[in-house]
Design a protein around this ligand. Sequence first.
Ligand SMILES: [Zn+2]
Length: 196
Amino acid sequence: MNMAHRVFISHKREDKAYKNYILNNLGVDMIDKSLNERIDSNDEDYVMRKIREDYLSDSTVTIFLIGKYSAENLGEEEQIYIKRELQASLYDGKANSKNGILGIVLPEMYDSIYKGNYSCSECGGNHNHVSINNSTVIAEFSYNYYIPKDKCSWSEDDRYCVLVKWDDFKSKPEKYIDLAFDKRKREISSKTKVRP
Ligand SMILES: [Zn+2]
């Protein structure tokens, strides 16, 4: 049996009920905090360290709740807190290394994200159309999910972020948290970007 990994949950206030459900019903070991103030400094390393110390603390996995209000296209100012939380999660500090990232697609987003198969004009094969981009998530997530490369499709090893539907997560939370945790030691971990 694995040790439980401590998680930090990044979410918009509109999705707080899901965070509370995870906290109260799923037995996940989590830090119940959200970034709620601007940390002003021109020293980006300082800002990242500060968020890690004050908010992420000893978490090793960050859960990002993907709802209707977490898209990059809604504007940098609107998303500043979740962007900072993900950046700090991806930041490799001296004292603590980056977190694994687990994106949970909330039910109201299933249709906007999971769009079935399409036939690929490059390789002639079929790929799943998973719409992870600026109209569904912040760039810190989409970049590290579809890490740029030469091929036309992404396998699980080509991604740093792990993605799961809310209903699947709810039935096996530790399984998906473990998958995200394990990514930290995988080769793809060297290709992540803090500020895409
Ligand atoms: Zn293809």
